[in-house]
Design a protein around this ligand. Structure first.
Ligand SMILES: *Cc1c(COP(=O)(O)O)cnc(C)c1O
Length: 425
């Protein structure tokens, strides 16, 4: 079983001298390597763009690196668009893939020149009301039924709230063309967190064939096939990595077979990966602060689900190691738990680890996507800092830890709060 690499204890000690646990840690070196390898697998497509799904890790220190590597961003809300604007993304470097879109957001997205990914036919009047029918627009497809790879059911688009039916795509194209749209793109997101190398190629074929028949039926021009997110990572040691070269080649074969002979040879392929890009380059670093021996053995840590919700929310597995003791035998069975008054606040249940000593640094792996970003403040818990280790080894605080003042910031506590805060840490 291949071990998951734990950040070096020397590095962690250097960080904890400056910043106390818990914190999210990211590696610039690993992030750049990862995104470069991904982009290389699709470099056969001249206009290929990865629109990083900012919801996975909406931290400028991370997104800046992806921006330098040539990525765009995929946003779904006003604040995510504001983040994109503040970081200097503009025009078609931004995808706006929202659904149940609140009033005003299409206008903002168009002001930035973003590619709007229209989730539904019924949103066309909103575009009109906001005075913003663009010349190029993306349409989100929901093929319904089950989405299978071979005989394996990967997802149930028929139960998903996203996208529109084929007939609605066709009507949308006819109506939008009358309203001045000149070129279209197609998008779908049909499976989540899959390392199966046939996912992107299968969906690429589906979208390309759909574009060809829409083109034949309506005469519409297509400028992009957006494969969206969904490529997964091996959260468990021993689980297979997605074979990114094979995935890139599979999409290329689909392009050559379907796009080239049907007049779509100039089409741009796009992705909106979040998890695949940043998931494995982040760790939640926390300290063992309590042990409890009742009907089970518990290790209490100074992080909680407010820092990483996935185990509590989905029962998701995140690998755990003890910094500096990665190679010791796992002889003890523990529940590794946070402090929330919720019994699902457990990073691991019945996990075999070496005997944990108080003060040990516990490293929770693969938290670089949907970690800090899914954080919350239940029980008055504050979200942790984010630390980036630079390629040259320098340590940079890219987001400070929340303080009590942040927690109370939305209340009108003027005057009262100063007294209370003066005796907090
Ligand atoms: C969440 C999301 C993504 C990214 O998904 P990952 O599983 O992180 O790859 C991409 N596009 C859209 C529209 C999304 O909602």
């Amino acid at each position: 079983m291949p071990l998951k690499e734990t950040p070096d204890i020397g590095l962690i000690n250097r960080i904890t001298e400056k910043f106390p646990t818990p914190f999210h840690l990211y590696s610039e070196e690993k992030l750049r390597k990862r995104v470069r390898a991904f982009l290389k697998a699709f470099s056969w497509n001249k206009r290929f763009t990865e629109y990083y799904a900012v919801k996975a890790c909406p931290t400028p220190g991370i997104i800046k690196i992806l921006q330098e590597e040539g990525c765009g961003v995929d946003c779904a809300s006003e604040c995510e668009l504001m983040l994109a604007e503040a970081m200097g993304f503009e025009g078609e470097k931004i995808m706006f893939s929202s659904n149940e879109t609140p009033a005003g957001e299409f206008a903002y997205a168009s002001k930035l020149g973003a590619i709007i990914n229209l989730d539904d036919y019924s949103l066309i009047p909103s575009l009109l009301n906001e005075g913003s029918v663009p010349e190029r627009i993306c349409l989100r497809f929901n093929p319904g039924g089950e989405f299978k790879l071979g005989t394996f059911v990967m997802g149930n688009p028929g139960d998903a709230k996203y996208g529109m039916t084929y007939e609605q795509l066709r009507s949308a194209i006819i109506d939008l063309t009358k309203l001045g749209v000149k070129e279209f793109a197609l998008h779908a997101f049909l499976a989540s967190n899959t390392t199966d190398s046939s996912y992107y190629p299968t969906m690429a074929r589906l979208l390309m064939n759909t574009a060809v028949s829409l083109k034949n039926e309506t005469g519409a021009q297509f400028f992009m096939i957006n494969l969206s997110g969904g490529i997964g990572i091996p959260y468990m040691p021993g689980q297979e990595e997605a074979d990114i070269e094979k995935i890139g080649n599979g999409v290329r074969e689909a392009y050559e077979e379907i796009c080239v002979p049907n007049g779509l040879q100039d089409i741009k392929i796009a992705s909106e990966l979040g998890r695949y890009i940043t998931g494995p380059v982040g760790w939640l670093v926390t300290s063992a602060i309590h042990e409890k021996h009742i009907h089970k053995e518990y290790i209490g840590v100074d992080a909680c689900s407010a820092d990483l919700m996935r185990p509590a929310m989905y029962g998701a597995y995140h690998h755990i190691t003890i910094a500096g003791r990665e190679n010791e035998a796992c002889t003890h069975k523990y529940d590794v738990v946070g402090s929330l008054c919720e019994n699902n606040d457990k990073f691991a249940i019945d996990r075999m680890l070496p005997k944990v000593n108080m003060g040990d640094i516990i490293v929770i792996h693969d938290t670089g996507a949907h970690g800090r970003s899914m954080g919350y403040n239940y029980n008055g818990r504050l979200r942790s800092a984010e630390v980036l280790v630079r390629e040259n080894g320098e340590i940079e605080l890219i987001r400070r830890a929340e303080t009590a003042k942040d927690y109370f910031a939305t209340l009108d506590f003027t005057g009262v709060l100063d007294g209370v805060l003066s005796h907090s840490k």
